[in-house]
Design a protein around this ligand. Sequence first.
Ligand code: MRU
Length: 343
Amino acid sequence: MHPIQAVRWSPDCRAVRIIDQTALPERFVERDLRTLDDVCTAIASLAVRGAPAIGIAGAMGLVVSLDSFDDQSADALRARTAVHAHRIIATRPTAANLAWAVNAVAAQAMLPAASSGAVLAAMRAKAAALLEDDGAMCRRIGELGVSLLADGARVMTHCNAGALATTGMGTALAPVYVATERGLHVSVLACETRPLLQGGRLTSWELSRAGVPVRVITDGSAAHAMREGRVDLVIVGADRIAANGDTANKIGTYALAIAARHHGIPFYVAAPSSTFDPALATGDAIPIEQRGRDEVARVAGRVIVPNEVPVDNPAFDVTPAALISAIVSDRAIHTPPYRFGES
Ligand code: MRU
């Protein structure tokens, strides 16, 4: 089967080609992002989504958005780079990966180079390296994390932290894919993930495409499934991990971690190095993206909340480190107490 490539270069390398995740599972559509507006709109609308994927799409998008400025002086291109980078980073505040990857590419523009062509070439090379590294980090997470899965393991996950959310085999789902490659029988219970249904639409799509047994449940039935003894472990991805291990991930993750602790079920986080933010001492400082009312107040075009009633729509929550049994990165399986960033 053709592997999922959520983010890649178009054949002429003048665009970022993404799978439009707003169309799944009904339609598989790829879209080419060429301009700054294309890139910002795709990230903000979740056409490309998941912390690692938006980081790489943002980094590559910065490069292609600057392509038409290659006739300017190197200094003019540098100034333009700062403007574009700022706009891309502002699209989504919670995932550490977005600013990390975009800044890494933008930093290339600040190195000495005589021409705008040379500046752009350095930025393109950096974006290509990040794309490559992201896939490799996913595989390493899978190879480390597979040790957490026994044959027959029943894994609960939330949102989508699979191939669609990265440029490789995913983070939370990477151990599941590696286990399956090795002939272990592992199944997944996917929480549907209100309001945008990344679990129902995306996790189920990519796992069933890969032949991994998956079943979707409503978010509200997760604790019930644990109580019924249908969950051996929980693995989720992450958008930002503070120095003490506090972890931001899709809204609803915190409730799962509490329910898992109550039922004595191990709760794991899986994330690449690009998701760690050791500059933040605790999760209290993680910015939480607030999204629009209509994502909650409308379903399939129908108003489901009276217009006069206010709605809150935080896209992420922070799970305290004390509820996390271990954090699987591309470097190690980290166990409490977590102290990231200390040498
Ligand atoms: O709003 P989304 O769909 O971008 O949120 C994604 C998540 O919360 C994922 O769990 C997280 O980014 C990890 S992806 C490997």
